[in-house]
Design a protein around this ligand. Structure first.
Ligand SMILES: C[S@@+](CC[C@H](N)C(=O)[O-])C[C@H]1O[C@@H](n2cnc3c(N)ncnc32)[C@H](O)[C@@H]1O
Length: 198
């Protein structure tokens, strides 16, 4: 059977690698990937960090089978709108192109879970398109947002300010907002010493 394949993943995997090389520390042991999709990021990026255990997850079981088919270990079903993370300590959570697919209430559940499960010094990395001050960063992102909403009116490109406010409420600080190719961003947060309110 032909493997599912994302062209976008092939284009963005090296720029994402460059960010992760700055964010991942030699002492980090475990990374949880949320919404791994086809598994291409896990497959390409995880061998670049051989000391790190990479946990690919997705809410969609069909995608998970695909990841397993690519022999990435420990692929698990995880819907951040209703499930908890695996009962392990994660140094990083990485997610690419998921916040504009999830409904906003599910994005908020995901962020609450990050606040609940990540500990001081752990990092969360969000790759994808964002709006700033109510504006899309390009005409193509405005068109993309429109096409997302035609498929699912509750999906759409998220406002950086909304994501950031929810992250701050959960005890995170934005440490970098990298400009990425094709009008995408990579937001890097670190968990401060803080007890999040659930
Ligand atoms: C556009 S795809 C991105 C896949 C991959 N990360 C990439 O960059 O190509 C969005 C993924 O998010 C997953 N997803 C959507 N809602 C989710 C949720 N509530 N919990 C976990 N994964 C979710 C979908 O199943 C899908 O695989």
């Amino acid at each position: 059977m032909e493997k599912p394949f994302s062209e976008a993943c092939e284009r963005n995997k090296d720029p994402i690698l460059q960010v992760l090389q700055k964010v991942i520390l030699p002492t980090d042991e475990r990374l949880l990937e949320v919404g791994s999709g086809t598994g291409q990021h896990a497959e390409y990026l995880s061998p670049k960090f051989p000391r790190l255990e990479w946990y690919p997850t997705d809410k969609n079981l069909i995608h998970l089978k695909d990841i397993s088919g690519r022999m990435i270990q420990k692929a698990q079903r995880l819907d951040v709108a209703k499930d908890d993370f695996p009962k392990l300590r994660f140094d990083l959570v990485f997610t690419a192109n998921t916040l504009h697919i999830m409904h906003w209430k599910d994005c908020k559940s995901f962020i609450k879970l990050l606040g609940h499960r990540l500990r001081e010094g752990s990092r969360a990395v969000f790759y994808g398109p964002f709006k700033y001050n109510g504006e899309f960063t390009s005409a193509s992102n405005a068109e993309f947002d429109q096409s997302l909403k035609e498929r699912d009116p509750l999906s759409g490109i998220r406002a950086f300010e909304d994501v950031n406010a929810n992250m701050v409420k959960q005890g995170f600080e934005l440490v970098e907002d990298y400009e990425m190719p094709a009008n995408n961003r990579c937001l890097v947060y670190v968990r401060l010493k803080f007890e999040a309110k659930r």
